[in-house]
Design a protein around this ligand. Structure first.
Ligand code: PSV
Ligand code: MN
Length: 427
């Protein structure tokens, strides 16, 4: 646990400097006609879900190097999310992978979550791997499979994931499929898509009536020739074919190099089918690095589209914000705190864009000033505003310093003994 007095002690150490920085930034923003306090209020409303799979050290097929004191089960993962929530305020929910983090006793998990004040975001199904004891294999896909019995099993798994989510109080299912082909000719491209479409419809029809279904696309891996739901176009076609509560989930790492992701976001807003995000960053492929660590300007441009669409009503409500990262060499809680800071700061920058001025420059074809209007917001050091938002939520001015000073991980290492060491997989 992170006791409130630890956060207070950490805040006392940096409060005077933060206040001076806030006052200086406030003066700058007021000169631009912006109200810093109103922006802090909007920033404090920003929330993202932590992925259950990112609370332990991640790895690659070449190895995994776990740290001490990592959670041994989903209950300890909840404790870690709660610690992150106390420190930063912006991480308030968890997104579970079923069966990776399936609770034996969903009621007990729901009770623990309520005590900790942590909610459940979308549950994720998993038909990209075979599970121990599973009757039929997904080696040749799940929803796309030529054998109706495999498709039936995959549909049933998704409904089981939704049932688990419903018992926890979640209201959305995210489906990412590894389905596709590794070689030309391996699958019939149209038939595979049609089977996926039909299975999605079956799942959708059986979901609770207030549930959303998020369809996540990705261009390649594990299918290296043709993935069925490879891009936002395929995802949008499927969401439209599936139904009103089906929409597209944009994982920032799931685009071919140089894709204009902010434009993808704009298109999905126009289509009324932007359901949610998986935040991460990538340099080469689906690298699952910390959001904003490689292409911070792209992240800003994505948030700028969202701020614009929320301001003019094109987006009636914010989409589901979820983090999807692999923390291979960072402490997972620290990485989540760092990510929350980055997302919150980038969101604030998007809120600083002077929309009326931008519209004026766009309408009068002043390309230079339109771009400068974006740069003005992007280049502002908004960290004092983000700290104010955290403080308003009872969190820390400097969450990572407060986490380290709390010795949470060291205490967890003492309590969480006997965690199984997972050996690196052989090549
Ligand atoms: C697939 O690469 C993905 O982005 C999906 O969201 C999965 O659920 C997640 O990563 C974990 O494998
Ligand atoms: Mn993802």
């Amino acid at each position: 646990m992170i006791a409130p007095d630890r956060i207070d002690a950490s805040n006392r150490a940096c409060e005077a400097a933060w206040r001076r920085d806030y006052a200086h930034l406030g003066e700058q923003l007021r000169r631009r006609g912006l109200d810093p306090d109103a922006i802090v209020e909007q920033a404090a409303a920003f929330e993202a879900a932590a992925p259950s799979w990112a609370l332990g050290t991640g790895g690659t097929r070449f190895g995994r190097f776990p740290g001490r004191g990592e959670p041994r089960d989903v209950f300890e993962k909840m404790e870690d999310v709660s610690a992150a929530k106390r420190l930063c305020g912006a991480i308030s929910r968890i997104s579970l992978h079923i069966p990776w983090d399936e609770p034996d006793d969903p009621r007990a998990l729901r009770e623990q979550a309520a005590e900790l004040g942590v909610g459940f975001d979308a549950v994720n199904s998993n038909t990209f791997q075979d599970q121990p004891g599973q009757a039929l294999s997904y080696k040749f896909g799940s929803f796309q499979h030529t054998d109706p019995a495999v498709r039936k099993q995959a549909v049933a798994h998704n409904l089981h994931a939704a049932e688990t989510g419903a018992a926890l109080g979640s209201n959305a299912l995210t489906i990412w499929l590894g389905d596709g082909a590794n070689y030309p000719g391996q699958t019939h491209l149209r038939k595979a898509w049609e089977r996926v479409r039909d299975c999605l419809a079956e799942v959708y029809e059986a979901l609770p009536p207030d549930w959303s279904l998020f369809i996540e696309h990705k261009p390649f891996e594990p299918a290296f020739y043709a993935t069925v739901v490879a891009d936002w176009g395929s995802s949008l076609m499927l969401a439209r074919a599936t139904g009103e509560r089906a929409s597209c989930l944009v994982d920032l790492g799931h685009h071919l190099p140089n894709t204009n992701v902010e434009q993808v976001v704009a298109r999905l807003v126009t289509a009324g089918k932007l359901g949610g995000f998986h935040f991460n960053d990538a340099k080469y492929g689906d690298d699952d690095l910390t959001a904003g660590s490689i292409k911070p300007y792209q992240l800003f441009l994505v948030f700028n589209e969202l701020a614009d669409a929320l301001a003019d009503g094109a987006l009636p409500a914010p989409p589901a914000y979820m983090i999807d990262q692999s923390h291979n060499v960072k402490d997972p809680i620290e990485a989540l705190l760092q990510t929350a800071n980055r997302l919150q700061e980038t969101w604030i920058r998007a809120l600083l864009v002077r929309r009326d001025a931008l519209t004026h420059y766009q309408e009068t074809n002043d390309a230079l000033m339109a771009e400068e209007t974006l740069r003005e917001a992007y280049e502002t050091d908004v960290r004092p505003l983000a700290a104010a938002a955290r403080k308003r939520l009872g969190g820390a001015i400097d969450p990572i310093a407060a986490f380290r000073a709390s010795a949470y991980r060291e205490r967890a290492a003492e309590a969480r003994t006997g965690a199984a060491y997972v050996p690196p997989q052989s090549l």
